[in-house]
Design a protein around this ligand. Sequence first.
Ligand SMILES: [Zn+2]
Length: 350
Amino acid sequence: MSSSPSQYELLTDLPKVDLHRHLEGSLRIRTLMEIAAQEGLDLPKEESLLREQVQIGTAEPKTLPNFLSKFRVLRPIYRSPEIIQRVTHEAIEDAATDNIVYLELRFTPAALSQARDFPLHEIVEWVIEFAAEAADQFEIRVGLIASVNRHESVGLAEAVAQIAADHAGDGILGLDLAGNEVDFPADPFTSIFKSAEQSGLETTVHAGEWAGADSVSQAITLMSASRIGHGVRVIEDPEVVAIARDRRAAFEVCLTSNLHSGVIGGMEEHPLPKMINAGLVVTLNTDDPGISNVRLSDEYFTAVSELGLSEETLKGLILSGAQHSFLPEPEKKELEGRLQQLLGLGMKEI
Ligand SMILES: [Zn+2]
C-alpha cells in the first residue's frame, strides 16, 4: 500500500464514533494466546498458526462459512467472568487508543455463556459492569447492544431480548440480529424485535450483507429497524434505496469485513461512495477488529486511499454516527455538539 504516514496519523487523530463492533470479534491475539495457555485449550501455541485460525489471511477463501468459522474457534475461551472482564476491558481500551470517543459495543450473550453454561442474565450483568469500569478507566463513552443470531434458536433470542429489555435504559441500549443471513430469514424474529422496541430498546439488523436488497427492505419495513448492519447490497435495488432514504435508516458500513467475508470481490467495488451519493445515511465502523486485524483508523484510511472519500466527507460520517447512535436524545445531542466542536464543523444537519 502506498501509504502516506502523515495522512494515516491525521485520521488516527480524528475523534471517531464506532457503532458496529462485536466484542467477540475484538480479541487481541496475544490475549488469546495467554488464555489458551492458561486454560489448556487445544489451540496452536505459535502465533502465526493461531492467527490462521482466528483471522482472515490474504490467501484464504473470502466466504461467509470461512468468516463465521473464526467465531467458532473463539467460543470455548470464555470460561470465567475474569476472562470476559479482560476481553471487555481490552476491547474498550483498543477503541480509546484509536481516538474513538463513542463506541457502541455489541456482544452475544449466547457466545459468552456457552463454554461454562453461565446463565444469560449473569453474562449481561457482567458485561454491563465490566464495560462501565473500562469506559471510566479509559475515558471513553460506551453504549451496549445485545446480539442474537439468526442461525440459533428463536427461544434463545427471546430469552436474550427479555434480559436486554430488563436492562433498557440501565446499561443496554439496543438489540441486534446477526448471523447467517443466507439460510435463516429474519421473519421468525420479527415479534421479538417489535417487543424490544416497545420496551425502550433501539434495534439494528444485519441485512443486505450476504443476502440482497430485499433483506434490507424487510429489516426496515417489517422489523422497523432504525439501523442496518452493513446493508451495502441495498444499492442493487433503487426502490429499496428510496425506502431507506425516506425512513432515514442508518447504514453501519464496515469495509474490510465486507472484503473478508466475500460481500465484495475487491475494495474498489465497494458501494460506499454510491451509497453516500444516493443520499443514504451512512456510518463507518469496524465489525470485528480482532478477526479482520484492523482498527477504525485503518478503515478511514481505506475509505480515503482506495475509495477516494475526502476528509470532509469522513467528518460527516463521524457526525452521522453520533446522530444515529442509540444514546438517549439529550446525550446524543451532547455528543453531537462535542464532535462538531472537535471536528471544526458548523451546526448543519448531516
Ligand atoms: Zn457485524
